[in-house]
Design a protein around this ligand. Structure first.
Ligand SMILES: C=CC1=C(C)c2cc3[nH]c(cc4nc(cc5[nH]c(cc1n2)c(C)c5CCC(=O)O)C(CCC(=O)O)=C4C)c(C)c3C=C
Ligand SMILES: [Fe+2]
Ligand SMILES: [Fe+2]
Length: 373
């Protein structure tokens, strides 16, 4: 029996629409405002994601809604207020700038039609609404690029879930490709190394270069998450690029939540040990974040800087994320070009003018067939 369609689609399909390639950048998401009222729904969605908290479901939802969402939003809002800008949350501002710069860079490097869009895994613009919008704009092939250099089921895996959910409801899903990670991408490592050298030139050099990555529960790694290994690989490659030893440039994990054991060593404990050991000056970089956010600007540059000083240190210099720096945009564009190879509209020899010409000719033939009928 006909009724409401089970799948959404675009009415009025016509053979003469030029298909487009789309690139969907996805970052974590961030609250709409630095207030408890705005942080609560964001945290409810984030911490309600079974990829993030792998715990017996009903028990966890009871703890989340009964305890955590009553306490944490206020505390988090206070932290967000310390880094909020006139344009909004740094994570949003930085991600939007990166997406705009990538669109411009791809336009310079390829003549084929390509549309870059940005979605957030939690909050807005949501992955599903962004994919629907891309479809309306004619995107038939879609490359998904989560803005997480290292793969984790909790971050990248969750983005893939959201994409799968979004296309499940579509009558004609786009052709899909997904980038798992870019933790060892040579251009990415070189861009990080250059940013460290530039920082040293401008600010002088600390006694240590601490590479701090977002942590995850150790249990997830035991159960097969490659995140720990990929963080170590990024750290080793960055050390090699800078000619530093493991002692000069150690690795640590930040941002743990809850009582479970997370990946070690912890960033806060590490900077405290440095301070106690008489180290006066350290540099900290976060090679697991594409753009600056709460975890870098507040947790590293403010909180951990305080921990270091309280323990006897003098200066913690935070080295910013690559954000929309040209070297970062260039390496992401390289990734996109490599992963879209073979897609006709995006091939090296694609000629947009020729395609438009052929399209016009086919439209004209269709009109003649109609008129003769
Ligand atoms: C409790 C579990 C969490 C896991 C697992 C986790 C993994 C994870 N997170 C990022 C990137 C970011 N996390 C950010 C903030 C943030 N992370 C958690 C919890 C987990 N993250 C919370 C509760 C928060 C919110 C802030 C707070 O209340 O402390 C951010 C910054 C967001 C912003 O708005 O600026 C990023 C980015 C990765 C890459 C990751 C796994 C590898
Ligand atoms: Fe996180
Ligand atoms: Fe944090």
């Amino acid at each position: 029996m006909p009724g409401t369609p089970n799948y959404t689609g675009l009415a009025g399909y016509s053979h003469d629409t030029l298909p487009q390639v789309g690139v969907l950048l996805v970052n974590l998401g961030t609250p709409e405002a630095p207030t408890a009222a705005a942080v609560r729904p964001y945290l409810a969605e984030f911490l309600g994601d079974p990829r993030v908290i792998e715990y017996p479901r009903l028990l966890w939802l009871a703890i989340l809604h009964g305890v955590i969402l009553r306490v944490r939003p206020k505390r988090s809002a206070h932290a967000y207020a310390r880094i909020w800008t006139e344009q909004g949350s740094p994570l949003r501002v930085g991600s939007e700038a990166l997406a705009a710069a990538l669109q411009a860079e791809l336009g310079r490097r390829r003549s084929g039609p390509i549309r870059v869009a940005l979605a957030m895994r939690y909050g807005r613009p949501a992955v599903a609404e962004t994919i629907a919008q891309l479809q309306r704009e004619g995107v038939r092939r879609l490359l998904v690029l989560p803005l997480y250099p290292q793969y984790s089921a909790t971050s990248t895996g969750s983005v893939f879930d959201a994409v799968a959910d979004a296309v499940k409801g579509l009558r004609w899903p786009p052709e899909l490709r997904q980038i798992n990670d870019y933790h060892a991408e040579p251009g990415y490592i070189a861009a990080l190394a250059d940013s460290v050298r530039a920082h040293w030139e401008q600010n002088g050099r600390g006694e240590k270069l601490l590479m701090s990555f977002h942590g995850i529960p150790e249990r997830y790694v035991r159960n097969g998450d490659p995140y720990f290994c990929q963080c170590h690989a990024t750290a080793r490659l960055l050390r090699e690029a800078l000619g530093l030893s493991e002692e000069e440039a150690p690795l640590s994990f930040q941002s743990r939540v809850g009582r479970e054991r997370w990946l070690h060593p912890y960033t806060d404990e590490t900077v405290k040990v440095f301070g106690k050991d008489g180290i006066k000056r350290i540099d900290v970089i976060s090679p697991g974040f594409a753009v600056d956010c709460l975890e870098t600007l507040e947790e590293i540059a403010m909180q951990n800087a305080d921990f270091f000083k309280e323990a006897g240190g003098e200066t913690l210099n935070y080295i910013p994320c690559l954000n929309a720096a040209p070297a970062h945009v260039g390496t992401i564009a390289d990734l996109v070009l490599r992963h879209t190879q073979g897609w006709p509209e995006f091939a090296a020899d694609y000629d947009a003018a020729e395609a438009a010409h052929r399209l016009a000719a086919s439209r004209e033939r269709a009109r003649q067939v109609r008129d003769n009928a």
